[in-house]
Design a binder for this molecule. Structure first.
Ligand code: PLP
Length: 323
């Protein structure tokens, strides 16, 4: 393969923090590659301003609403989110002069609450045992009862996958000179998978395989969802996926630790889940580039002890401790 490692000396020059979203690094993980001819690349979305891939999506949804004249400064934006999208929206709304209310399960980690409050968002809690589906239902009911809210609704908003179609995907193609054999991402709203799949299939056809990492039903991995739970986000078109592979909590935890211990990547637990699938796909190939997404960094999960406690001890914990 021809790609050399070319690091750009600077990350660019931007007018403000919102413009500095995207253009994240692609880092090769040599120690995790099962074969010399197969290169595994992590797209570090943790390098976005608030530490997650959702900065791209939040900006795209707010700017799309602005362009359509659907929102005006001072208006309240309402969104159901168990974390990252809320944090990204909170930062962007604070920069652009909108008020933000987020609906999220009451068992999320204290770091998330603090991050949201830090950017000035108001939090409405939904029952933790109902997970993100409970937050979605509550926000939809609130929006129906009060027309002054604007709800971007990432699960059904085309600006979500478009942020990846116009941002994440072309950045990867540019870095790897269009040489991508497999792309692996987690299934949350489906925005990353759909946007990247559309772009990659247009540019590379069937030469690239699109693989979704989906949590086993009943084994919640923060940021990801099981379609077997009964809700398929409207932006998802399952025909764009070549494969959908189940991942367990055990693998998510073990691989989050392997990313840290073997490659120095301090990532959130969904990235461990996704990495486990990326390595499995790499093992099935003889050569080529496998790209996977590191959705967020580990700061928000620190209080769970995920990075310091023995793995078998973490496994025994109720998995909601790292929500
Ligand atoms: C930590 C984390 N991982 C993965 C995902 C999944 O991304 P997407 O919503 O694009 O499917 C999300 C988003 O919800 C997330 O917050």
């Amino acid at each position: 393969m021809s790609q050399s490692l070319e690091n750009r000396p600077c990350g660019g020059r931007y007018g403000d923090i919102v413009q500095a979203i995207g253009n994240t690094p692609l880092v090769e993980l040599k120690r995790l590659s099962p074969k010399p001819g197969v290169r595994i690349w992590a797209k570090l979305e943790s390098h976005n301003p608030t530490g997650s891939i959702k900065d791209r999506v939040a900006r795209a949804m707010i700017e799309d609403a602005e362009e359509r004249g659907a929102i005006r400064p001072g208006q309240t934006i309402l969104e159901p989110t168990s974390g990252n999208t809320g944090i990204s929206l909170a930062m962007i709304c604070s920069r652009k002069g909108y008020r933000l209310k987020v609906v999220m399960p009451d068992n999320v980690t204290p770091e998330r609450t603090q991050l949201l409050k830090m950017y000035g968002a108001e939090i409405v809690y939904s029952p933790g045992d109902q997970g993100s589906n409970g937050a979605v239902a509550m926000a939809l009911a609130m929006a129906e009862a009060d027309a002054s809210y604007y709800m971007p609704y990432q699960y059904g908003n085309a600006a979500n996958p478009n942020a990846h179609y116009t941002g994440t995907a072309p950045e990867i193609l540019r870095e790897l000179d269009d040489d991508v054999s497999a792309f692996v991402a987690g299934l949350g709203t489906g925005g990353t998978l759909m946007g990247v799949a559309r772009r990659f299939k247009e540019e590379l056809g069937d030469a690239v395989k699109i693989v979704a990492a989906e949590p086993m039903q009943g084994e919640p991995v923060q940021g990801l969802r099981s379609l077997d739970d009964g809700f398929i986000p409207p932006i998802i078109d399952l025909s764009l996926l070549d494969r959908k592979i189940f991942v367990t909590n055990h693998d998510a935890i073990v691989w989050t630790r392997r990313l840290l211990d073997e490659e120095g990547i301090f990532a959130g637990v969904s990235s461990g889940a996704i990495a486990s699938i990326a390595v499995r796909i790499a093992a099935e190939m003889d050569e080529g580039n496998v790209v996977f997404i590191v959705c967020d960094d580990g700061w928000k999960y620190l209080s769970s002890g995920l990075y310091t406690r023995p793995v078998d001890e973490i496994e025994k914990l109720d998995s909601t401790v790292w929500w």
